[in-house]
Write a protein of this length. Structure first.
Length: 124
């Protein structure tokens, strides 16, 4: 997910459990535009992951449950949010779980393709 008019930078971590966290660069002139980066975050490894403004963000829970914590640079505006399909053919994100075993929310299941995503100018 990302917000078009009110982009958010996010610092995320896991307070309990384990997730695979993914950021997709939507900043048109960025050297990593169109690529994704993923990090496994867990209570045990204590990692944090910074997702800059202009990047889409998604995650999958790898444990039975998880507490996922965010700090953001701006407020959440649900009417401004867009979702990219988790199984986008151009991004080819490796979620580490077979598609048949992934439980998807209605919102995530109705996401748009990466080709149709709103693109940002590179925000440093």
């Amino acid at each position: 997910d990302y917000q078009k008019n009110y982009p958010q930078g996010k610092l995320v971590r896991v307070g309990f459990g384990k997730v695979l966290d993914v950021a997709v660069d939507l900043r048109r002139s960025s050297p990593t535009f169109g690529y994704y980066h993923s990090e496994e975050l867990s209570y045990d490894n204590k990692k944090q992951f910074w997702i800059p403004e202009g990047c889409a963000h998604g995650f999958i829970v790898l444990s039975d449950s998880a507490d996922f914590l965010y700090k953001t640079t701006s407020f959440y505006n649900p009417e401004d949010e867009e979702t990219i399909k988790y199984d986008d053919v151009d991004l080819k994100i490796d979620w580490r779980i077979p598609n048949r075993d992934i439980i998807i929310s209605d919102k995530d299941n109705s996401g748009i393709s990466f080709k149709d995503a709103y693109l940002f100018e590179w925000i440093k």
